[in-house]
Design a protein around this ligand. Structure first.
Ligand code: C5P
Length: 480
């Protein structure tokens, strides 16, 4: 049975999984299980996964190993030193963190631990020999070097480090270290005099210049009676944490500390207790923006009209029906740093809502007198005291998209407009994809940035990225 390493999936698929799992309050791994189960049972949700993208850096590895669904994989090279026994604990610590481990034992390491023990703990075959015909017939050392996300050497002996610094490749461990394009984490372990020896100092300096990362060594008592100093291998838990940091660097949270307000969905304007005026908005784009802003670290308030969507995880959602309720909740949510008005608010409501269900009469149609709803975007854009520093509106148009959107930017007094064509042929209303143009102000003129067709999740991520860039960069050109 093949294993699946989530870290190695396309960026787009990972983003989709992150958003979907956050939405469903599950771990990414659980979400994958649910998707697979639904697929097998033929009741899967349509996969609105963003179009696959190329991974940012190194070429993807080919996971071919047996084992549970892991999030990352490590090739662990165990060198020949008394600290090798701690590497057995390291295997356990890495596996606890859902990291697959494949062990390579040097010849000297086998004096301290056996391949059988390493294999039993890792649940994987253990590799010892460069010239093992069984693994070498498919270039085993190359696979061990590349079919992982990280190489950890623990204990990294003075000899192994010298071989690395010199580029030797006369056994399996050194051949892997020379053939890899993955990051390498070394946990040195040796006698303090060996650690402080000029040759080791030179080798360590060379390895660090080569981009190798070190954890430890720590200071303390040595295995040799009466010896103390720097040279003890870092504890297994420290090495596992260092590996984890390299494998799963902290997710950037560019909107941390920012409060973001978003409106989404339609509004329902009651005619009588059973009828209302509404529009076709699904709320998907606004909800996707709320999820993306939350994932970027913002504190998010989402004021939503009636929609058939689950509340995004970690977002404070205020459910409303009418435009006037939406305005009330928006005003109650101020102050915010960024306000994004994605709701399709009904422009009109009936002047006086019927207290009872209107009946057909011989007199013909009931006279429905309409009055204009408050324009929430314009109201907030024109506030004196509590105007958010960045106000973004949407322009959903069926013709003359950019002209109408530019006019709206000026008329409503917001800073940016996200314009999209919602003519029926585009399938934007209720669909999962969107084609948008971002209108901003540059040097007193309106700048139009047209984006390609994207899923609504991708549009949301891109919009949040634009916001983060503009907060980080030069001051925003706003109307205030
Ligand atoms: O005028 P129009 O409805 O096309 O303007 C669209 C923009 O204005 C959207 O950002 C929408 O959320 C906002 N809007 C609003 N209150 C209204 C009407 C529109 O906030 N009453």
């Amino acid at each position: 049975m093949a294993s699946l390493t989530i870290r190695k999936l396309d960026e787009g698929v990972k983003t989709y999984l992150r958003l979907r799992s956050a939405k469903n309050r599950r771990s990414v791994e659980e979400e994958v299980r649910v998707i697979l189960r639904e697929l097998i049972e033929g009741r899967e949700e349509p996969l609105a996964a963003p179009a696959p993208q190329q991974p940012a850096s190194s070429p993807p590895a080919t996971p071919q190993r047996a084992g549970a669904l892991a999030e990352a994989s490590v090739t662990l090279i165990i060198g020949g030193g008394i600290a090798a026994y701690k590497s057995l604990d390291l295997i356990r610590r890495l596996k606890e963190r859902r990291i697959e481990v494949r062990c390579v034992l040097t010849k000297a390491a086998q004096h301290f631990v056996t391949p059988l023990t390493a294999s039993a703990l890792s649940h994987e075959r253990v590799y010892t020999d460069l010239f093992d015909p069984q693994s070498e017939f498919d270039a085993g050392h190359i696979r061990l070097a590349r079919d992982c996300d990280l190489i950890v050497v623990a204990p990294a002996t003075a000899d192994l480090m010298a071989k690395m610094a010199g580029g030797h490749a006369d056994d399996l461990a050194s051949a892997i270290l020379l053939a890899t394009n993955r990051k390498i984490l070394l946990a040195p372990a040796m006698n303090p005099l060996m650690w402080s020896n000029a040759a080791t100092r030179r080798n360590v300096a060379q390895l660090q210049r080569d981009g190798v990362i070190l954890v430890g060594p720590n200071a303390g008592e040595m295995a040799e009676a009466g010896e103390a100093g720097t040279g003890r291998m870092a504890e297994a838990i420290e090495i596992a944490a260092a590996a984890d940091r390299l494998l799963r660097p902290p997710v950037p949270r560019p909107l941390a500390g920012k409060r973001v307000l978003i409106t989404a969905g339609p509004t329902h304007e009651p005619i009588d207790p059973v009828r209302y005026i509404a529009n076709r908005s699904s709320g998907k784009q606004g909800f996707a923006i709320a999820a993306a802003a939350q994932a970027a670290g913002a504190e998010v308030v989402l004021v939503s009209g009636p929609v058939d969507l689950d509340d995004p995880a970690g977002v404070a959602v205020k459910h409303v029906e009418s435009a006037r309720q939406m305005l009330e909740q928006v005003e109650a949510s101020l102050p915010v740093d960024i306000a994004i008005f994605a709701a399709a608010v009904a422009d009109w409501r009936v002047a006086s809502e019927g207290a009872q269900k209107l009946k057909k009469t011989a007199a013909g149609m009931p006279p429905l007198q309409l009055v204009e709803n408050p324009d929430i975007l314009a109201t907030i854009s024109k506030l004196k005291d509590k105007r958010p520093p960045l106000v973004i509106g949407f322009a959903a148009e069926t013709e003359h998209l950019l002209d109408n959107a530019s006019a709206k930017l000026t008329r409503k007094g917001c800073d940016w407009i996200v314009a999209n064509d919602v003519s029926p042929a585009t399938g934007v209303m209720g669909g999962d994809r969107n084609t948008v143009h971002l209108l901003t102000r540059k040097d007193g003129a309106i700048d139009v940035d047209s984006w390609p067709v994207m899923t609504k999740d991708q549009v949301a991520i891109e919009l949040v990225a634009h916001i983060a860039r503009s907060l980080a960069g030069k001051p925003l050109e706003t109307t205030s």
